[in-house]
Ligand binder design. Structure first.
Ligand code: OAD
Ligand code: ZN
Length: 367
């Protein structure tokens, strides 16, 4: 905390002006800088998943918060809040059903982060998203902080029970239109979103706090480049993380609009951490205004990685398509089996039913 205060004051008082390390405040400047080998942190939000068909929160018209009237919420954010959920679980599950992606296909931007990881450049990805697409793209465990939780794991909300449930279990419940209840204690079960539940022994906010702190062992002081993508930087404490890197650390924003510049009402931003793309004093922040996918592809091209990225996206998407096709076949087969069993039951022919089941089962579960 002392280090943090010291750097805050020196920054505010202009005692240690940041060094200019980019030769140019452009995407080209950032690319040249990356090529000398860097510790990169990515901070991302809903805008990186809109091209996968998942709406963001605040884009006028299409954003989720403009489209929740039918749920009669006291205010839009209530839909993700645990206290509201405990009293009124229906809106959350109705929304989950409505938004559940038919296919979990990460975007070019997700795979760009995967490439950073594969090349040993990614310190960590801090995501506000709950859609699990970073995991699908191959960021796992230590690579990722899901700051606002995730659909990947669900828990019983009873403090004494906390039984864990898988994503498949939750998906089935969501589509069965039942409100998911714990089979041990009967309490509600909810994906781990916005609540202080422990995952692998870490509560999400605690892990976020530690890794994002100013301590020597945490990520931000040793970050050489911060890449911020697809976020309005309006939600704290996440937004203030942009001010945790050293004041010489370049920050690249890839987004449809400039964000994080506000000095007003943004907590820590008013202490000098706000993004400055345009003033006379601008020396380290770069705004690349485009979709996240286009921005990442443009950066990949400047880095000489374009073909590799295109191939990765193609390969990974084909893999997802083939897994999906297998899953659909399996489901169709199970449905057919159930129906045949039902019909056999009605017409009575136990022998044929057993026979059918044994052959079809070997097709259902190819080893
Ligand atoms: P927002 O909806 O607030 O911001 C999304 C940002 O991405 C906006 O600046 C958009 O202009 C931009 N954007 C949208 N599509 C884009 C695209 N294809 N390419 C580039 N930019 C694009 O979403 P977040 O900042 O993620 O909390 O919202 C933060 C938190 O607010 C969420 O995590 C959520 C919500 O309350 C939860 O607890 C679930
Ligand atoms: Zn329980």
């Amino acid at each position: 905390e002392m280090d943090f205060l010291r750097s805050l004051f020196s920054r505010t008082l202009g005692l240690s002006p940041g060094e200019k390390v980019l030769d140019e405040l452009t995407l080209d400047g950032v690319a040249r800088y990356i090529l000398s080998g860097k510790n990169i942190i990515c901070m991302v939000g809903a805008g990186i998943s809109t091209s996968a068909g998942i709406p963001d929160f605040r884009s006028p018209g299409t954003g989720l918060y403009a489209n929740l009237q039918k749920y009669n919420l006291p205010y839009p954010e209530a839909i993700f809040q645990i206290d509201y959920f405990k009293k009124h679980p229906e809106p959350f599950f109705a929304l989950a059903r409505e938004l559940y992606p038919g296919q979990f296909k990460p975007t070019v931007c997700h795979y760009f982060m995967r490439m950073l990881k594969d090349k040993g450049l990614l310190t960590r990805c801090y995501s506000q998203n709950i859609d699990t697409l970073e995991r699908v793209a191959g960021l796992e465990g230590e690579d990722l902080i899901e700051a606002h939780g995730t659909f990947h794991t669900s828990h019983c909300v009873s403090f004494l029970c906390r039984k864990e449930y898988s994503m498949d279990w939750m998906q089935t419940k969501i589509f069965s239109e039942d409100i998911p209840k714990c089979d041990s204690c009967g309490s509600l079960v909810k994906p781990v979103i916005n609540d202080k539940i422990f995952i692998l022994g870490w509560s999400i906010p605690l892990r976020l706090k530690f890794l994002s702190s100013q301590s020597t062992f945490s990520d931000f002081p040793r970050c050489d480049l911060l890449i911020i993508m697809g976020t309005s930087l309006q939600v704290q404490p996440f937004a203030s993380l942009v001010s945790r890197v050293s004041n010489s650390c370049p920050r690249l924003l890839i987004n449809m609009e400039k964000t994080g510049q506000s000095e007003f009402g943004m907590g820590l931003f008013s202490f000098g951490g706000a993004m400055d793309f345009d003033s006379d004093k601008a020396y380290r922040d770069v705004a690349h205004l485009s979709t996240c996918d286009d921005g990442c592809m443009a950066l990949a091209e400047l880095l000489g990685w374009k073909e590799e990225l295109e191939q990765m996206v193609k390969r990974e998407h084909a893999l997802i398509d083939s897994k999906d096709a297998k899953k659909k076949d399996k489901e169709a087969m199970t449905r057919q089996n159930n129906q045949s069993e039902h019909e056999e039951g009605l017409h009575g022919s136990p022998n044929r039913s057993t026979e059918f089941n044994s052959t079809s089962q070997s097709q259902v579960c190819p080893s």
